[in-house]
Design a protein around this ligand. Structure first.
Ligand SMILES: *Cc1c(COP(=O)(O)O)cnc(C)c1O
Length: 378
């Protein structure tokens, strides 16, 4: 077994794994399961601090939420503002076009979060959009966008907001009641620390209305959010993956047990990890806007991304993430979210990186593990 320290999926606790092996009922016919599902969704509403969204669990990996949001809102010819300062941000353009929309990219520097002022200036000139997409933590770089403020700005122009917080929420605070987010997307396998396989979405009344007022039908069955709206008084659109949902519920119960300390824990681990890398002279990818769930750094000269990842894996049994797109050849990422946001999980990664860098003749200004541990003690 590898020590999985990637930017998701993350380590899954034994409690969550055991919950997935509990006895199963027929989730289509047993009304007790409908109650269990509903109660779990209500807990997700509580976790995101909202009374004005309906949370739903969809049977499919995190990408399903992004696609379902675009499938359910987009009608042919709709203009959609795709806010792009990262790989997932840009990726939304594909979901928009697949469903016949016209994506309009608002692209900004990948090293910095979206500047709400600059976006406001842009919208003064062009605001004719049905909805906009934005990513909370864009994982390939680890950038964190202020989706609460961005959604409020968009809403002032009557633009709906789809926000991807798959790799943000449960590691970064997100308060739906202090936002104008219409569809929030989350996933099971990031900071919540359940295995991959499930999507959570939070849907506002405005978003449901937009779906109900469409002139054309939603061009998908599996990605149709409306098909879920009244599940409790009728039935699920398809058979729910009951074991996955039991695991997810246990992970959510775990989150509530530690919720009052979890964000500070993530912030401390992330700050200490960045400090260790920087003090050693390793360049972080971002200039500002660091998320607390993942740290991306530039692989120093003398070593390739592929060499670094395979030495970590083969010689130390540690998996960390490379990156994607324009970042693929230069950046690697340490995931420190959920079950991985602990000193004992991150310290060995820095120790192994330290040894590999030295072996390849890369000068380091400190011992990274030492600096990390000192920060965590402070
Ligand atoms: C992980 C992730 C998703 C889900 O997609 P994967 O197939 O798990 O990569 C969506 N958005 C973001 C920002 C993610 O980090």
């Amino acid at each position: 077994m590898y020590n999985v320290m990637t930017a998701g999926p993350v380590t899954v606790s034994e409690k969550v794994r055991m919950a997935r092996s509990l006895p199963c009922t027929n989730p289509d016919l047993d009304r007790d399961f409908y109650d269990y599902y509903k109660e779990t969704c209500e807990l997700f509403e509580k976790a995101a601090n909202t009374h004005s969204h309906q949370a739903l669990i969809l049977g499919g990996e995190g990408i399903l939420g992004l696609e379902a949001a675009c499938a359910s809102l987009t009608e042919p010819g709709d203009r959609v503002l795709v806010i792009d300062n990262g790989i997932f941000g840009e990726g939304f353009k594909d979901f928009v076009s697949i469903y016949g929309g016209e994506p309009v990219l608002y692209t900004t520097d990948y090293h910095r979060p979206v500047d709400v002022e600059a976006l406001s200036e842009y919208l003064k000139k062009d605001s004719d959009f049905k909805y906009a997409t934005v990513v909370h933590c864009d994982t390939p770089s680890g950038i964190l966008n202020d989706v609460e403020e961005i959604s409020k700005l968009l809403s002032s122009y009557g633009i709906l907001t789809v926000a991807d917080s798959v790799a943000g929420m449960f590691g970064e605070p997100l308060d739906l009641s202090n936002s104008a987010i219409d569809i929030l997307c989350g996933g099971s396998q990031k900071a919540l620390s359940a295995p991959p396989g499930l999507t959570m979405i939070w849907v506002s009344d405005r978003a449901f209305e937009a779906m109900e007022n469409r002139k054309t039908p939603i061009a998908s069955f599996y990605a149709n959010i409306l098909a879920y709206r009244n599940y409790y008084n009728s039935e699920f659109p398809y058979t729910m993956p009951i074991s996955d949902i039991k695991g997810l519920r246990t992970a959510l119960d775990n989150y509530f047990e530690i919720a009052d300390t979890t964000y500070e824990r993530h912030a401390r681990i992330a700050a200490a990890c960045r400090k260790a890398l920087r003090t050693a002279g390793i360049q972080l990818y971002l200039e500002s806007g660091f998320a607390n769930t993942v740290t991306a750094f530039v692989v120093p000269e003398g070593l390739t991304v592929a060499e670094l990842l395979s030495e970590l894996k083969d010689d130390y049994g540690i998996l960390i993430s490379g990156s994607y797109g324009v970042l693929a050849d230069t950046v690697v990422r340490i995931g420190h979210m959920g079950e991985n946001a602990h000193t004992y999980k991150v310290a060995p990664v820095l120790a192994a990186l330290n040894s590999i860098f030295k072996k390849h003749g890369i000068q380091l200004a400190c011992d990274m593990q030492e600096v990390f541990l000192k920060e965590m003690e402070a």
